[in-house]
Design a protein around this ligand. Structure first.
Ligand code: AP5
Length: 222
């Protein structure tokens, strides 16, 4: 019997490395990466009414209202690819009401990864972050510089990646994080996210392998 696919949540302050770890997890485990921030940026780019409202909140470092974000994530999670291959939910839920909305649907992860990074490092990571619009890969001018000049010349920066805005995003994070953790307290895997990304991934990889082992053990026994 094929074991049930993995269901993983990843959380942490702005620029703690969620997207970076998701790239690595996705590559090894083939999970469907669902990023609330990416879904919202796509909505902003398409210029819809919801996109306009989302952008107003994102520019202030505030959470986008539930009536926009909850449905958006729920619909993506319930798509066949995520149900068949497993999912990796990035930056969601970010408030007690979002967590409760998932609980009501009996959607719970196998593991809740929490990246723990010092505040000084977060600011440096935000200011140096760059994105490749072609491959969608995440770079950092100092820690993950682009491989060549061609890539370097096309890199872009996010509209909310300034020191001033990340401070507002951090405040929002601090206001909500404890309430979300309380919902998943028996599933939390806290990782020191200050280390280089490969080391952070080694820890996460170990935890995901044991969850998979446990799941296949339980399935074959039943
Ligand atoms: P979102 O896009 O989710 O942003 P965020 O939580 O602020 O997180 P980031 O994407 O900035 O960072 P990350 O943790 O993915 O770090 P990354 O890997 O890129 O949300 C944006 C906005 O959308 C929110 O402010 C809110 O308005 C709205 N929103 C989103 N979700 C919502 C929700 N659920 N409800 C309501 N509103 C919502 O890494 C950062 C940099 O550091 C990169 O340059 C990277 O190369 C570098 N780096 C990564 N790891 C390391 C390492 N180990 N060592 C050195 N450098 C590293």
């Amino acid at each position: 019997v094929k074991p049930e696919p993995l269901k993983i949540m990843i959380s942490g302050a702005p620029a703690s490395g969620k997207g970076t770890q998701c790239e690595l997890i996705k590559e090894k485990y083939g999970l469907v990466h669902i990023s609330a921030g990416d879904l919202l940026r796509a909505e902003v780019a398409s210029g819809t009414e919801n996109g306009k409202r989302a952008k107003e909140n994102m520019e202030k470092g505030m959470l986008v209202p539930d009536e926009i974000v909850v449905m958006m994530v729920k619909e993506r999670l319930l798509q066949p690819d995520a149900q068949e291959s497993g999912w990796l939910l990035d930056g969601y839920p970010r408030s007690l009401s979002q967590a409760k909305a998932l609980e009501d649907l009996h959607i719970r992860p196998d593991l809740f990864i929490l990246l723990d990074v010092s505040e000084d490092a977060l600011i440096e990571r935000v200011v140096g972050r760059r994105l490749d619009p072609v491959t969608e890969k995440i770079y950092h001018l100092k820690y993950s510089p682009p491989e060549n000049e061609k890539i370097a010349s096309r890199l872009t920066q996010r509209f909310d990646d300034t020191e001033e805005k990340v401070k507002l995003r951090l405040q929002t994070h601090h206001r909500n994080v404890e309430a979300v953790l309380s919902v998943y307290k028996d599933l939390i895997f806290k990782v020191d996210g200050n280390a280089p990304k490969e080391n952070v991934f080694t820890e996460i990889d170990g935890a995901l392998s044991s969850v998979l082992e446990q799941k296949s053990g339980t399935d074959s026994a039943s």
